[in-house]
Design a protein around this ligand. Structure first.
Ligand code: ADP
Length: 476
């Protein structure tokens, strides 16, 4: 190899080496860049890993929270299931209650229908009834006024309903046109049925008056609560006329019967007189029977005569000064045999002053002998009867007390009614007409006196009557 060759080869080699070196440098640089890029990447990766770690931790926390929430949700779900079950039960119960209520509602509807029918029927009955009917509530406000009431009073139902009964329907006494006892208020106050006083007139809308009768009956609700009153009244003009004719007939008949009664009495007395000793004991016994039967008959006749006089308003009152105590004692003396027959312990206790009083002797006789004979009749053997008189507030007050059979509480309000006899008296003591107390009350009403009683069944009764002292009032 020549030198030139060698130099050429070496230059070539150098060139190659240089080229290689350059390439290496370029590769080194590239490698450096790549290393830098890798480092950067590594850093990024490290950062990402850190972030991921953070995220993982957060996720872990979130997962825990989610687990808690999930548990809570599960609990809630369970609770909801329980609640849903309860709701289902409640719904079931509600459905059963609804069904029951629907049943009850149906029953109530049917009841209401029945009630409406009954009410309509009752209204129709009340409307068409022959008597006047008025009903009021517990305050006395009129709630019902039937057709007959309209016809009798002249007031339309709309004028009356909603008003207090006393503003419209007025009752007065026949004797003086003064307002009669408020039997409606009385019924509401006492809670018992009350009867209109005798001789009551109804004042019609046009001022005309018609005689009426009847009663007021309290209306009670459950537990006896008073919720009003039903008043029934009827026109008794016709009855009054018939009564008047009857009284006239009775008056004439009893008057005619009085004379034969007196004659029978006279002749029985004569026959029983000691001078007729030819009578056998048996005959005397028979005549005694005749005398006592005749006595009962003349008593009845005289009661009937008194009643007819009272009813025809022809009871003459002739007050003259008399010793009233003397009269009481004489009547008691006349009852002596009856008192003795029953071995009654009879006591009399009279006031000391003012024995002389202007009074109708016959009327006082009728009053006192009726009360005394009742006390004797309704008291058993060995009983006690006490008569007392006192002067009180310008009145002579007389009481007749006995410890006899008494009057049943349920019948006491009818005791002064004509022909009324209490059940016990009627069954145990057959004698009696039920006229005595009616006569007593009528006379006392007539002369401005008063009569009342207290009585307990099987314990006894006390009857009181008063006579005004100043003068005897005569009501025309
Ligand atoms: P009577 O002729 O029946 O006695 P009254 O009118 O005198 O008629 O009396 C009416 C009723 O009052 C009697 O039937 C009797 O039920 C009752 N009565 C009256 N007085 C008494 C009394 N003292 N004791 C008990 N009951 C009496």
């Amino acid at each position: 190899m020549n030198k030139k060759q060698i130099i050429s080869d070496s230059s070539e080699a150098i060139f190659k080496l240089k080229f290689l070196a350059n390439e290496k440098e370029s590769i080194r640089r590239k490698l450096l860049i790549t290393a830098e890029a890798l480092r950067f990447k590594a850093k990024q990766l490290a950062n990402t890993a850190k972030e991921k770690e953070n995220i993982r931790r957060k996720l872990e926390v979130t997962a825990k929270q989610l687990a808690v929430i999930a548990k809570e949700k599960e609990d809630t779900r369970k609770k909801l299931v329980v609640a849903a079950k309860q709701l289902a039960d409640t719904a079931k119960e509600k459905e059963s209650i609804r069904r029951k209520m629907a049943n009850t509602a149906e029953k109530l509807r049917l009841k209401a229908e029945d009630f409406a029918k009954i009410t309509a029927r009752k209204k129709a009955i009340l409307a068409s009834i022959g008597d006047a009917v008025m009903a009021c509530d517990e305050n006395g406000t009129v709630t019902l006024f039937n057709r007959k009431a309209v016809a009798m009073t002249g007031f339309f139902a709309r004028e009356v309903i909603g008003k207090h009964y006393s503003q419209i329907v007025r009752f007065v006494k026949e004797a003086d046109n003064e307002p009669s006892i408020d039997f409606i208020a009385e019924a509401m106050k006492t809670g018992h049925r009350t009867i209109m006083a005798d001789n009551t007139l109804l004042v019609k809308k046009d001022g005309h008056k018609i005689p009426v009768a009847d009663s007021a009956e309290p209306i009670r609700y459950a537990h006896g609560m008073l919720i009003g009153c039903v008043i029934v009244f009827r026109d008794i003009s016709q009855e009054k006329e018939t009564d008047r004719a009857k009284s006239e007939f009775i008056s004439v008949a009893s008057h005619q019967l009085k004379t034969p009664g007196t004659i029978v009495n006279l002749y029985t007395e004569k026959l029983l007189d000691g001078r007729n000793s030819e009578l056998s004991p048996k005959q005397k016994e028979y005549i005694n029977e005749i005398r006592s039967a005749n006595q009962s008959m003349t008593d009845i006749v005289s009661s009937l005569l008194n009643v007819s006089r009272i009813e025809m308003g022809i009871f003459a009152v002739d007050p003259v000064p008399v010793d009233v105590i003397e009269i009481f004692k004489n009547i008691a003396k006349d009852s002596d045999s009856n008192l003795k027959d029953k071995n009654i312990n009879f006591k009399q206790e009279y006031h000391q002053q003012e024995h002389i009083i202007p009074i109708d002797k016959l009327l006082l006789n009728i009053i006192f002998s009726n009360l005394l004979s009742n006390a004797i009749r309704y008291t058993d053997k060995n009983g006690t009867i006490s008569v007392k008189s006192i002067i009180k507030e310008n009145n002579l007050v007389i009481s007749v007390a006995d410890n006899g059979c008494g009057i049943p509480a349920g019948q006491q309000n009818r005791i002064f009614t004509k022909f009324f006899r209490a059940d016990d008296a009627r069954s145990k003591y057959t004698n009696g007409t039920g006229l005595g107390l009616y006569i007593v009350k009528s006379i006392l009403d007539h002369i401005g006196g008063n009569v009342w009683f207290t009585s307990t069944e099987n314990k006894g009764s006390t009857f009181y009557f008063t006579i005004p002292l100043v003068r005897v009032t005569i009501i025309k």
